[in-house]
Design a protein around this ligand. Sequence first.
Ligand code: HEC
Length: 113
Amino acid sequence: MTGMTLKTIMAAALSAAMTLPAVAQEGEDPASDIGDVGALYPAEGAELTYDICTACHSEMIVAQQGQTREGWDELLQWMVEEQGMEPLFEDEREIVLDYLSTHYNTDRPHFPQ
Ligand code: HEC
Protein backbone atom coordinates (compact mmCIF):
# COMPACT_ATOMS: atom_id res chain seq x y z
CA MET A 1 0.00 0.00 0.00
CA THR A 2 2.31 2.71 1.26
CA GLY A 3 5.10 0.73 -0.34
CA MET A 4 3.43 1.03 -3.69
CA THR A 5 2.94 4.73 -3.22
CA LEU A 6 6.55 5.26 -2.25
CA LYS A 7 7.69 3.25 -5.24
CA THR A 8 5.53 5.34 -7.51
CA ILE A 9 6.92 8.53 -6.05
CA MET A 10 10.45 7.16 -6.33
CA ALA A 11 9.90 6.21 -9.95
CA ALA A 12 8.51 9.63 -10.75
CA ALA A 13 11.42 11.34 -9.00
CA LEU A 14 13.87 9.08 -10.77
CA SER A 15 12.50 9.73 -14.22
CA ALA A 16 12.50 13.46 -13.46
CA ALA A 17 16.12 13.19 -12.37
CA MET A 18 17.01 11.28 -15.51
CA THR A 19 15.98 14.15 -17.71
CA LEU A 20 18.53 16.38 -15.95
CA PRO A 21 21.79 15.10 -17.49
CA ALA A 22 20.57 16.01 -20.97
CA VAL A 23 20.19 19.58 -19.80
CA ALA A 24 23.42 19.51 -17.81
CA GLN A 25 25.39 18.57 -20.93
CA GLU A 26 24.78 22.05 -22.25
CA GLY A 27 27.09 23.38 -19.55
CA GLU A 28 30.76 22.62 -20.04
CA ASP A 29 32.82 20.41 -17.83
CA PRO A 30 36.02 20.07 -19.86
CA ALA A 31 37.65 17.63 -17.45
CA SER A 32 34.91 15.02 -17.57
CA ASP A 33 33.92 15.07 -21.21
CA ILE A 34 36.83 15.63 -23.54
CA GLY A 35 36.06 15.45 -27.22
CA ASP A 36 38.45 15.24 -30.16
CA VAL A 37 41.83 16.63 -29.18
CA GLY A 38 43.89 14.80 -31.77
CA ALA A 39 47.46 14.25 -30.59
CA LEU A 40 47.05 16.58 -27.64
CA TYR A 41 47.12 15.18 -24.12
CA PRO A 42 43.47 14.82 -22.99
CA ALA A 43 43.05 17.00 -19.93
CA GLU A 44 41.18 20.10 -18.86
CA GLY A 45 41.68 22.79 -21.49
CA ALA A 46 42.71 20.37 -24.23
CA GLU A 47 39.54 20.78 -26.27
CA LEU A 48 39.66 24.56 -26.24
CA THR A 49 43.35 24.56 -27.12
CA TYR A 50 42.76 22.06 -29.90
CA ASP A 51 39.84 24.00 -31.36
CA ILE A 52 41.69 27.32 -31.33
CA CYS A 53 45.08 26.14 -32.55
CA THR A 54 44.05 23.68 -35.25
CA ALA A 55 42.14 26.40 -37.08
CA CYS A 56 45.46 27.11 -38.83
CA HIS A 57 47.84 24.23 -38.28
CA SER A 58 48.22 20.72 -36.96
CA GLU A 59 48.20 20.22 -33.21
CA MET A 60 51.51 18.41 -33.74
CA ILE A 61 53.18 21.81 -34.08
CA VAL A 62 51.89 22.56 -30.60
CA ALA A 63 52.69 19.14 -29.12
CA GLN A 64 56.28 19.29 -30.37
CA GLN A 65 56.95 22.51 -28.49
CA GLY A 66 58.10 22.69 -24.91
CA GLN A 67 57.71 26.12 -23.36
CA THR A 68 57.42 27.73 -19.98
CA ARG A 69 54.21 29.67 -19.30
CA GLU A 70 56.06 32.86 -20.27
CA GLY A 71 57.27 31.15 -23.43
CA TRP A 72 53.77 30.11 -24.40
CA ASP A 73 52.49 33.56 -23.53
CA GLU A 74 54.98 35.11 -25.95
CA LEU A 75 54.21 32.50 -28.57
CA LEU A 76 50.49 33.28 -28.40
CA GLN A 77 51.33 36.97 -28.67
CA TRP A 78 53.44 36.22 -31.74
CA MET A 79 50.61 34.10 -33.15
CA VAL A 80 48.31 37.11 -32.86
CA GLU A 81 50.74 39.78 -34.05
CA GLU A 82 52.48 37.92 -36.86
CA GLN A 83 50.30 34.97 -37.83
CA GLY A 84 46.86 36.53 -37.82
CA MET A 85 45.38 34.65 -34.86
CA GLU A 86 42.32 36.29 -33.31
CA PRO A 87 43.23 37.59 -29.85
CA LEU A 88 41.81 35.20 -27.25
CA PHE A 89 39.39 36.27 -24.57
CA GLU A 90 41.27 36.66 -21.29
CA ASP A 91 39.55 33.67 -19.65
CA GLU A 92 40.23 31.47 -22.69
CA ARG A 93 43.80 32.64 -22.82
CA GLU A 94 44.25 31.62 -19.18
CA ILE A 95 42.80 28.16 -19.84
CA VAL A 96 45.01 27.66 -22.90
CA LEU A 97 48.12 28.91 -21.09
CA ASP A 98 47.37 26.72 -18.06
CA TYR A 99 46.92 23.73 -20.33
CA LEU A 100 50.02 24.35 -22.43
CA SER A 101 52.34 25.18 -19.53
CA THR A 102 51.13 22.14 -17.60
CA HIS A 103 51.32 19.57 -20.37
CA TYR A 104 53.78 21.11 -22.82
CA ASN A 105 56.39 22.65 -20.60
CA THR A 106 60.13 22.45 -21.19
CA ASP A 107 60.30 18.91 -19.78
CA ARG A 108 57.95 17.89 -22.61
CA PRO A 109 56.00 15.25 -20.68
CA HIS A 110 53.79 14.49 -23.68
CA PHE A 111 56.22 14.85 -26.55
CA PRO A 112 54.75 12.89 -29.48
CA GLN A 113 56.45 9.54 -30.02
C1 HEC B 1 45.54 32.34 -37.49
C2 HEC B 1 46.30 31.16 -37.67
C3 HEC B 1 46.94 30.52 -36.46
C4 HEC B 1 46.35 30.12 -35.29
C5 HEC B 1 44.90 30.24 -34.89
C6 HEC B 1 47.39 29.51 -34.50
N1 HEC B 1 48.57 29.53 -35.17
FE1 HEC B 1 50.33 28.76 -34.52
N2 HEC B 1 51.17 29.22 -36.28
C7 HEC B 1 50.56 29.85 -37.35
C8 HEC B 1 51.47 29.90 -38.46
C9 HEC B 1 51.15 30.51 -39.82
C10 HEC B 1 52.66 29.29 -38.05
C11 HEC B 1 53.91 29.04 -38.84
C12 HEC B 1 54.81 30.23 -38.76
C13 HEC B 1 56.08 29.98 -39.48
O1 HEC B 1 56.61 28.87 -39.37
O2 HEC B 1 56.54 30.89 -40.14
C14 HEC B 1 52.45 28.86 -36.67
C15 HEC B 1 53.39 28.23 -35.91
C16 HEC B 1 53.21 27.80 -34.62
C17 HEC B 1 54.22 27.16 -33.81
C18 HEC B 1 55.62 26.82 -34.24
C19 HEC B 1 56.52 27.95 -33.85
C20 HEC B 1 57.93 27.67 -34.25
O3 HEC B 1 58.80 27.88 -33.42
O4 HEC B 1 58.16 27.25 -35.39
C21 HEC B 1 53.67 26.91 -32.60
C22 HEC B 1 54.31 26.25 -31.39
C23 HEC B 1 52.31 27.41 -32.65
N3 HEC B 1 52.06 27.92 -33.89
C24 HEC B 1 51.42 27.34 -31.61
C25 HEC B 1 50.11 27.72 -31.69
C26 HEC B 1 49.17 27.56 -30.61
C27 HEC B 1 49.49 27.00 -29.25
C28 HEC B 1 47.97 28.01 -31.07
C29 HEC B 1 46.66 28.05 -30.34
C30 HEC B 1 46.62 28.78 -29.14
C31 HEC B 1 48.18 28.47 -32.44
N4 HEC B 1 49.47 28.28 -32.78
C32 HEC B 1 47.18 29.00 -33.24
C33 HEC B 1 49.28 30.32 -37.37
C34 HEC B 1 48.34 30.14 -36.38
